[in-house]
Design a protein around this ligand. Structure first.
Ligand SMILES: NC(=O)c1ccc[n+]([C@@H]2O[C@H](COP(=O)([O-])OP(=O)(O)OC[C@H]3O[C@@H](n4cnc5c(N)ncnc54)[C@H](OP(=O)(O)O)[C@@H]3O)[C@@H](O)[C@H]2O)c1
Length: 325
């Protein structure tokens, strides 16, 4: 029997919405039904570029559309909670971009509403669904090269400074930690678990958003040295130094890439993963399946994982003195 067609709506016609819409087109039995923008002309342009049937000039109109099965929220961080609640109130399943919200309190309100309304909700941490990432998680769990002694992971790029851009605007939840620091932190929590203690330091733009954040997560027998920066392009790779060798997720580690294994004798093995899409297709296919199965939460990107992630980010923010309120 042919699987049910999942009809998507997207809120916010920005950069990531375009990449997501492009990958939607690669998935069978999946349709981009509508796009909503605060600007009707922008929505129309997006709809014609990505084959959406309907262009809405407000987010509220899209949420009211009874022919939508799933909504992808692609707005700035500071709106994730309100836009998620807008959808959940109408019992519309939500895939919300990272970070899930600005802090643990907001995330818990979203989860509570999803549970109360029996409606599917998931944080769009696409990396969790990428085969190379799952492969490395398994290698670490199975102690392929023994225990991890040290993990080093960075994520850096150097965008042109523009205080109106969501990346630099503190009121929109800008800064390196929430935007890209979330990826090395997610990798660390996914492989080493919750740290015993955290050290962190940061520098800031004039807007008050952090320009760079350096972190050390301490474990009983290991440490993770992490960095996010908007001041320089970095390799954005992740290296696990283990007792019997190294596991390197080649740059950029959070998106479709390869993995190199190097044992202590210097023997090197390169693993490729035959990626054919931008990589968003993996989380979309998972979400489609959850909808077809009538599920209200993911067993991969669980609520507990999202809570642990934002709780850790909250801790780092407290240490570096980054307060969004
Ligand atoms: N998973 C990934 O690989 C990835 C990559 C990049 C970003 N992201 C995440 O995706 C989200 C959006 O990022 P983006 O890079 O796509 O941002 P963007 O290009 O600035 O787009 C954000 C969109 O949000 C809407 N919006 C609503 N209120 C807004 C306001 N007050 N100011 C600015 N925009 C507002 C706008 O859409 P309308 O004008 O159409 O209403 C805007 O185009 C963020 O949470 C970010 O962390 C994820």
């Amino acid at each position: 029997m042919k699987p049910k067609v999942v009809r998507w709506g997207i809120i916010g016609a920005g950069k990531i919405a375009k990449k997501f819409a492009k990958d939607l087109q690669t998935i069978s039995n999946t349709e981009l039904r509508s796009i909503a923008s605060r600007n009707a002309e922008k929505a129309k342009k997006f709809a014609s570029e990505f084959n959406a049937s309907i262009a809405y000039g407000s987010y509220e109109e899209l949420v009211a559309d009874s022919n939508i099965d799933a909504i992808y929220i692609a707005t700035p961080h500071s709106f994730h909670k309100s836009h998620t609640l807008l959808c959940l109130e109408q019992r519309k399943p939500v895939l919300c971009e990272k970070p899930f919200a600005m802090n643990l309190t907001e995330v818990e309100a979203m989860i509570q509403m999803a549970k109360a309304n029996n409606t599917l909700l998931m944080e769009a941490i696409w990396t969790a669904f990428l085969p190379h990432f799952q492969y490395v998680q398994k290698l670490i769990k199975e102690k392929h090269f023994g225990e991890v002694i040290q993990l080093e992971a960075d994520f850096g790029f150097h965008p042109q400074y523009d205080e109106t851009s969501r990346v630099f605007d503190k009121r929109l939840g800008g800064g390196s930690l929430l935007d890209i620091g979330i990826y090395p932190i997610f990798l660390t929590l996914s492989t080493l678990g919750e740290p015993n203690s955290i050290e962190a330091e940061a520098s800031f733009f004039d807007t008050g958003a952090d320009s760079e954040c350096k972190m050390i997560f301490h474990y009983e027998k290991a440490k993770a040295i992490l960095k996010s920066t908007l001041l320089e392009e970095t390799k954005t790779e992740a290296i696990f130094h283990c007792e019997e060798g190294r596991i390197k997720i080649n740059g950029r580690f959070h998106e479709p890439t390869s993995v190199t294994l190097i044992n202590n004798q210097g023997v090197t093995e390169l693993k490729n993963f035959d990626y054919k899409t931008l990589g968003y297709s993996y989380e979309i296919e998972h979400f489609n399946q959850l909808i077809r199965d009538g599920k209200t939460k993911s067993d991969i990107m669980t609520f507990e994982r999202s809570q642990q992630l934002i709780k850790t980010i909250d801790k780092v923010r407290t240490i570096i003195g980054l307060n969004y309120s």
